[in-house]
Design a protein around this ligand. Structure first.
Ligand code: SAM
Length: 320
């Protein structure tokens, strides 16, 4: 066996032995997800057994009960998080397929079109804040000269570390703060004396209680990217309500179910079992285009992109 294949086999075996531990833990509630993830990793033994799993088993899975490795308890699975987040940055930086470009363009347009001297922009489930890195680079090129505070909230410590690293090249322009639990007062104290043009604040707040810690309409803009499929349906509904309270404008960016792309993603991520899991399980958790259309309220609109993603402008409370 060549080196990549051997390494891949070692990783799959290690993940399978961690999943076996979770399977034995009767107090862990998401056993459906554990069993399906075990079957997924067992199918990675050969390309054809995985294609068989994708064709026969995957279409029958209960979408809303699936989880990715990063959603399982961090005590066992955090070790795969950093590598998976790194692969995501690498993918998001590639001009083709420009996976987050529609969102970067829309937010850059929003910022440039806003006349305010100071903007507060929140990103929920922000990962390594690659979106902000691309937006800031665009703004530099366009000679934008007003102040922006970007607040990134993510539960993952690996994401925070990678976010700090991701801004190394911009360190003279971007000041970074890490504040475990952020609220309006701490935000005001942190930002009232900022000198530089761009400030980044990394936090770990529980997203489903943000309305208890921030004022109505406090954020000029809130967005999230490749994140919403991680939530259960009741959490998705709750998050929409919270965002519509604390933000003036909001964008949701995520993937939609697209079977041809699932097969293409399998080929491209085949050598990285943890990233393959994050990619394919995300694909299987996504809503179809039809389901997404059905979620729209009269004051929302949605655009679909051939790279398998959609951009939705959320309806705000005051517009209802
Ligand atoms: C696929 S990554 C996307 C990262 C980033 N938004 C991007 O587009 O590059 C999903 C992120 O959501 C975070 N996440 C998942 N569930 C979360 C939760 N309940 N609270 C906060 N962050 C969460 C993960 O840690 C991860 O960084």
């Amino acid at each position: 066996m060549n080196k990549i294949a051997t390494n891949r086999k070692i990783i799959i075996d290690e993940i399978l032995s961690d999943l076996a531990l979770l399977r034995k833990d009767s107090s862990y509630p998401s056993q459906y997800a554990v069993v399906q993830t075990i079957e997924f990793f067992e199918s990675l033994d050969s390309f054809w057994s995985n294609i068989k799993w994708l064709s026969l088993k995957a279409p029958k899975l209960k979408r809303e009960q699936l989880l990715e490795l990063a959603d399982f308890p961090s005590s066992l699975f955090a070790k795969w998080d950093k590598d998976t987040q790194l692969k995501l940055i690498e993918l998001e930086r590639r001009p083709f397929p420009g996976i987050v470009k529609p969102l970067v363009d829309e937010i850059t347009k929003f910022i440039l079109g806003n006349t305010s001297d100071f903007l507060l922009v929140g990103n929920l489930g922000c990962g390594a804040m690659e979106i902000e890195r691309q937006i800031i680079n665009e703004l530099i090129q366009k000679k934008y000269n007003k102040k922006i505070v970007f607040v990134g909230i993510d539960k993952s410590s690996a994401a925070h570390e990678l976010a700090k690293n991701n801004f190394r090249e911009l360190k003279t322009l971007v000041k970074i703060y890490e504040i475990d639990q952020l609220n309006s007062d701490v935000l005001r104290k942190t930002t009232e004396n900022v000198q530089g043009q761009y400030t980044l604040i990394l936090a770990k707040n529980n997203l489903l209680t943000l309305d208890k810690f921030f004022k109505e309409n406090e954020f000029d803009l809130i967005f999230h990217s490749l994140f919403k499929h991680h939530l259960a349906q009741d959490e998705k509904n709750q998050l929409d309500k919270i965002i519509s309270k604390i933000a003036q404008t909001a964008y949701e960016y995520d993937g939609y179910k697209n079977w041809p792309l699932i097969f293409i993603h399998t080929i491209y991520t085949w050598n990285d079992p943890a990233f393959l899991n994050a990619t394919i399980l995300s694909d299987l958790r996504y809503f179809s285009k039809y389901q997404l259309y059905k979620t729209l309220t009269h004051n929302e609109n949605i655009k679909f992109f051939s790279r398998g993603t959609y951009l939705k402008r959320l309806g705000m409370k005051r517009d209802l």
